[in-house]
Design a protein around this ligand. Sequence first.
Ligand code: AMP
Length: 292
Amino acid sequence: MPSTATSLRRLWGIAELRAAIANARRDGSRIGFVPTMGALHRGHLSLVDRARAESDLVVMSIFVNPLQFGPTEDFTRYPRPIEDDERFAADAGVDVLFTPGTDEMYPDGRVVNVTAGDRGRQWEGAVRPGHFDGVLTVVAKLFNIVAPDVAVFGRKDLQQAALVKSMVRDLDFPLTIVVAPTIREPDGLALSSRNSYLRGKERADALSLVGSLRAAAERFAAGEDDARRLEDAGRDVLAAVPGVRLAYFAVVNRDTLEAESRARRGSAVIVAARVGSTRFIDNLILGENDQD
Ligand code: AMP
């Protein structure tokens, strides 16, 4: 496909990014922001499309944030195909690509963190202590650096999106958060930068995550609203796949992530499991088309 890119500007420094954004603002532009860790795929690009629809200047950041990785996690091996990402972002219509180094984001001597509180200690946070504190700290910094009117996050990371919304409300960040639907492969696998870790039959094993969510959603569509039974239906699917180790499968409130005993239209079903050496998460909203 020929490149449709016109003028992507790649910036590394906070000061130069602020200057570029201040210029655009003076011209009356609304700023849309898509924070990522790179290894871009169509899921990320759908967020760019959404940001484009809501704003005039689209800023994307690519920063693999060390604060949100635990000591035994994949920070070092996380994919960083920055040249491909830059081309991909340009083709997608990103105007400004912000790719700070770790020293730019975390110079020596920092003492203050954002904490996610109790809701950051459940589900993903229970298995990944400190993960959401790291996420919220970098997102708060990026919001202060970019000062966007609107920032777009993926529903794929439901707990993250919920906590970012809570932070924006509780700490009065002057911007709107948009949460966009999960983009999937044709067979249902949710796109993820970590899918590149899947080897051989692990790709088929990983499909059981969305299979388990759909099993629960089908039971709900057939009239079952007892959360335990829906969870059992999902867990059965995963238990049948030896290569998958379940971490949690639960029916929750989509905003608070609190477990629900009665499923309702709009409840979320969330799953996390290890396939091979990699942890994957996925979710569905009950009674809604996945793409809504
Ligand atoms: P990441 O680069 O994994 O930190 O993700 C950056 C943003 O892309 C987050 O808001 C994610 O929720 C979102 N995202 C990741 N995968 C998908 C997907 N398959 N569909 C839509 N958004 C996604």
